[in-house]
Design a protein. Sequence first.
Length: 470
Amino acid sequence: MVGVSFINPLSMEGRERVRQLGSLDSLIQDNPELIELVTRSKSQDISEDQDIPRNYLEMALKRLEWYVKKRNDRDFNYRKFAFLFQEDIEKYDIISFYLLSQAIGVRFGPNSRESRLMVESQGSLIQNRLEELNSRERTEIVLKALQELLSQETVKWTFFENLLSSRRIQLSDLVLDQGEVIMDREDFRNRFGSRLQHRDPDKMYQLLIGQELQELILIRMVMQQTENYMAEVHEKARLMVEPNPLLLELADKVTEILIQPTTSYGGSGGGGGYSYTGPLNREAFPPCVKNALEGIKSGGRNDAIVLFITPFVSYARLCPDIFKQNVTVQVSDKDPELQVVHNEVLPLIYEAAERCVPPLFEDQPQEKININAKLGFGMHSNLKLENEGETKWYTPMSCEKIKLHLPHLCRPDEDCKKIGNPLSYYNRKNWILSKERTESEDNVGKEGYNEEKEKEDQANGWIEVKKDDA
Ligand code: SF4
C-alpha cells in the first residue's frame, strides 16, 4: 500500500525519511536508482533526456514544472511526468518536497507567488495521486493520513481556524454537531441516526460528508502545513542560519520555471499568447476603458471606477498575462515597493474618478478605501504593504459582465471581435502595434540604407555595378 508520506511529506513518516538523508552532496549527483525508477515508470515518455530527472534537485524542479505545464501548456503531455504518480518514487519525492519548500522559504518567503505555487502544486499533486489509486486504497490512505493530522478523538471546528481564515475551507463545508466536526461514518450515525426521519443515515453521510469532504480536508490541511513550513524556514533563515548555496541555486531555477510561460509568445497570428509589460500604453486600451477614463457622466459611476477601471489598470500595468499565470498573484509580487502603484496606477484611477460627474471622491471619499481593497490591501484608507492579502486583488471583468452591468461603456470596435476580456484586448492590441512598429522600422531602415547607400555608391561610382548585378 502507498505510504502516508507520498500523500503528506510532512507526516511523521516523511520527516523520518528526511532525517535518514546522508550527505547533501548526494543531492546533485546523478542517481542511477532514480533514473532507473523514472525510465521504467508505467506510461513514462522517455523520448527526451531532459524529461528524466537525474538527481534530487532535478526531481524537485520536475514537481513544479508538472504543475506549471499542466495549468498553462495547451500541449501538456502527462506522460512526461508519469513517474510522479508511481509510489516507488516516494523516497525521492519526499526529499524533493523538502528541498523545494526550503529553497522557496529561504529565498522568497511565505507570501511570495513562488510559495503560493508550491502550496497549490502540492494540493494538486495529492489530488492526482489519490485519483490514481483504486477505491479501497484511496479510502484507506485518506483515513490514515487524516488520523495523523487530526490526532484527537473529537475535533472542534476551531481546530480549522487557520484553514478557515486562509479561506482554504468554508465553515459551510463542514458538518458540525455542538461545535464538533463530524467526519466518521459511525459517529455520524450515532449522532444523527435517530434525528433523520425517513432517510437512510448512510446515504445522508455519503451525501454530506463521504470521501469527498475527507479528501478536501486532508488536501487543504497538507497545503496549510506546507505554507507553515515555508514560513518557519523563512523565519529561521532570517534570524540566523546561513542558507545552503544549493538551496539558493534551486530557488533561481524555480524562478526560471515561473517566468517561462509568461515570456512565451504562444498564440499564432492573433497575439493571443502575447503580453506586454511596461508603462501603460493608452493607445492599446479598448473602447470601454477609454470611455470610462473620460469620466462617467451617467449611471454606474462607482462600479465603473472601483470594479472595472481599478482591476483593469492595475493588471494591465503590473501583470497583463494574469489569465495565463499559474498562480494567484499579489501586487507586491510585481511591484515590491509599491512605487508603480503609487506613481502610475492610482493616479490614473483617481484621474478617471475626478472626471466623473459628480467627481467620485467629492461625495463618496470612502471609495478610495474600496479601491485599495480591490487591489488586495484590505479596507484601509492608506495602501500599505502590511495590509496586503487581507482582500483579493480583483481580476478584470469580462466583456460579458461589462455588457451586463456597464453596457453604456461597451462600444466594440473591430478588435473586440477576437477577445473576451478587455485585458486580452490590451495585450492583443499591444502585439499588433508592436508588430506594426517593427515592420515600419524595418521599412524605414531599408529606405534609410538605400538612400545612404545610393549616395555613397554614386560618390564611388559603384551604382552601375550594382544595377548590373541585380
Ligand atoms: S467588447 Fe469588451 S473590450 Fe470591447 S468595448 Fe466591449 S467590453 Fe470593452
